[in-house]
Design a protein. Structure first.
Length: 544
């Protein structure tokens, strides 16, 4: 029998412990007992349609089916309610969002939604029928109780730098006196990096939520409108639970991971609450923790490339309730087939080579841009990014496409005409000069895309360069509205590419949080000539 040691008992660790137990392993769960973790304060929301673009992730239906089966099995064993299959409501923030949803989205979701109308018959939102909610406090306590009854739960602080001893055929946790076949790290974000998996997670985010009392509110469903408002769910055994308490969340801070909780987060949440309800409320709690996010928004399911008795399950961020059961299944498949080539190298999991940086940049932009926004393609090229941006802003928005080469502008114009896209301004000029002019005009834009290098299919000697790129990016940062995003994809394999990427890197390192945060995502961690994506985000303080 395999002896699996699961380090961490949040949503990921609990889910993996159950899955390994059902697979026949002798499972030991080690947990530090730290009270305020991301799982410990999680609302457990499973939300089908999310973001400004009101999209459903392609993996949602599969992951939800696996999650429902998994949590209902746990319920049957522990005899406690774990998963609530309750629809949630999304209300529109603006008329533009309502129009966009009714024209572009409603037909795609079919029986998964119901439109919600006010007393006058006007559609004001939609009900997500496949939404659900994990009762996180009950799930974590029921898991702890079950493994404790088996003598397999241990509250123990583990220093992963000093307490993990590798054996020829296994691993020993010296501080706990446990020896097993393997140890799987399920600790989420840790202030001190795990030396075995030092770059995971690679995009953590600190989030704050508040608990409020709203005596006049009787709504039992979760409501989304930029923020979310959900009934508070204490453990079923709690003696002091109040039916008029709610959770409001959540903030996103990629820069200030250490906190502390301060009044800026509370003010932001209170402003969000007033957008969700006009009812009077009293703040009764305020919590903060760091979510284990990843740059490609995918869970980390990996075995160490050299030490096969070490594995990690991490990086599910705010979607842990949905993703954990499917990720646990993937982990078991890897553990049972360790010699297969499909095993993912842990050092590369945060940046999968199969996901192109172009697709990643588009995914980031899609989540940031709303219908009606003004955006810029600073390097039009053959028009592919221009077409993409046009689809994001729809006919109510505006796209400015710039390229110094007339051939690029003509190629972009032809592509736009073929697609019958008309809400465009095409400029055959140096992007540094154009963005400087726009800055002087105090234009504000939601998004800017740079795709550096040469025009595909043309003279490779004619490329963007470090000097003009630097000027253009610096001007672009001044143009971004609150919550805006700028992506810069630099190609390092052609002459001058390394110097241009280094110039962008210098700009990235000069940014002062919290006003601008920067993510740096290489196409390959072991190829210095691979493309590299820089994501500049203007702190979102007003518009969510």
């Amino acid at each position: 029998m395999e002896i699996s040691i699961v380090l961490g008992q949040g949503i990921a660790g609990s889910t993996l412990a159950w899955s390994l137990h059902w697979a026949g392993d002798d499972v030991h769960v080690l947990n530090s007992g730290q009270p305020e973790t991301a799982s410990g304060i999680a609302a457990g929301l499973i939300t089908p349609i999310t973001g400004r673009r009101l999209v459903k992730a392609v993996e949602f239906d599969t992951c939800r089916m696996i999650a429902e089966t998994f949590y209902k099995k746990v319920e049957a064993i522990v005899g406690r309610p774990i998963l609530d299959l309750t629809p949630s409501v999304r209300t529109f923030k603006k008329d533009e969002e309502r129009t966009f949803f009714l024209q572009e989205r409603v037909h795609k979701y079919g029986d998964d939604i119901e439109l919600v109308s006010n007393a006058d018959g006007r559609v004001v939102g939609f009900r997500m029928l496949k939404a659900a909610r994990l009762r996180v406090p009950d799930y974590l306590s029921a898991t702890r109780d079950y493994f404790q009854q088996q003598g397999r739960y241990h509250q123990q602080h583990v220093n992963v730098s000093t307490d993990i001893q590798l054996l020829t055929e296994g691993v020993k946790v010296t501080s706990a006196g446990l020896t097993g076949t393997r140890i799987i790290f399920c600790q989420g974000y840790q202030a001190e990096p795990n030396p075995w998996f030092p770059n995971i997670p690679d995009a953590p985010v600190r989030g704050e939520i508040m608990k409020v009392r709203i005596p006049s509110r009787k709504q039992a469903s979760v409501e989304h409108r930029g923020y979310w408002l959900a009934p508070y769910q204490p453990q079923a055994s709690a003696q002091d639970s109040n039916t008029d308490e709610y959770l409001i969340g959540a903030t996103y801070d990629r820069v200030n991971l250490k906190g502390p909780v301060d009044d800026s987060g509370q003010k932001e949440l209170m402003k969000g609450l007033t957008q969700l309800t006009s009812e009077e409320f009293t703040v009764t709690g305020h919590y903060s923790a760091v979510r284990a996010g990843t740059s490609n928004r995918q869970p980390i399911v990996a075995i160490h490339s050299q030490h096969r008795q070490l594995a990690i399950l991490n990086g599910m961020g705010s979607r842990a309730s949905l993703l954990a059961p499917a990720a646990a299944v993937a982990m078991i498949e890897k553990l049972k087939n360790q010699n297969g080539e499909e095993n993912q190298n842990a050092e590369e999991t945060g940046r999968k080579k199969a996901v192109s940086l172009t697709h990643l940049a588009h995914s980031i932009m899609r989540r940031a841009i709303q219908a009606g926004d003004t955006v810029i393609d600073a390097t039009a090229g053959n028009g592919y990014d221009t077409i993409f941006l046009a689809s994001c802003v729809t006919e109510t928005g505006r796209v400015l496409a710039i390229d110094v080469q007339q051939a690029a502008i003509e190629a972009t114009k032809d592509r736009l005409q073929a697609a019958n896209v008309q809400h465009m301004t095409l400029l055959a000029e140096d992007h540094a000069q154009v963005l400087q002019r726009l800055k002087e005009q105090s234009l504000q834009v939601r998004a800017i895309m740079f795709n550096l290098g040469y025009l595909p299919g043309s003279d490779k000697q004619h490329t963007t360069n470090a000097d003009t790129t630097t000027s253009a990016i610096l001007c672009g940062l001044k143009l971004l509205t609150s919550g805006g995003v700028m992506t810069v994809t630099a190609y390092r394999g052609h002459p001058g590419g390394q110097e241009e990427a280094a110039a962008v890197e210098r700009i990235a390192k000069q940014q002062t949080p919290p006003h601008i945060s920067v993510d740096i995502i290489p196409g390959s961690v072991d190829n210095q000539e691979s493309p590299i994506l820089y994501v500049f985000r203007s702190r979102d303080t007003n518009d969510r």
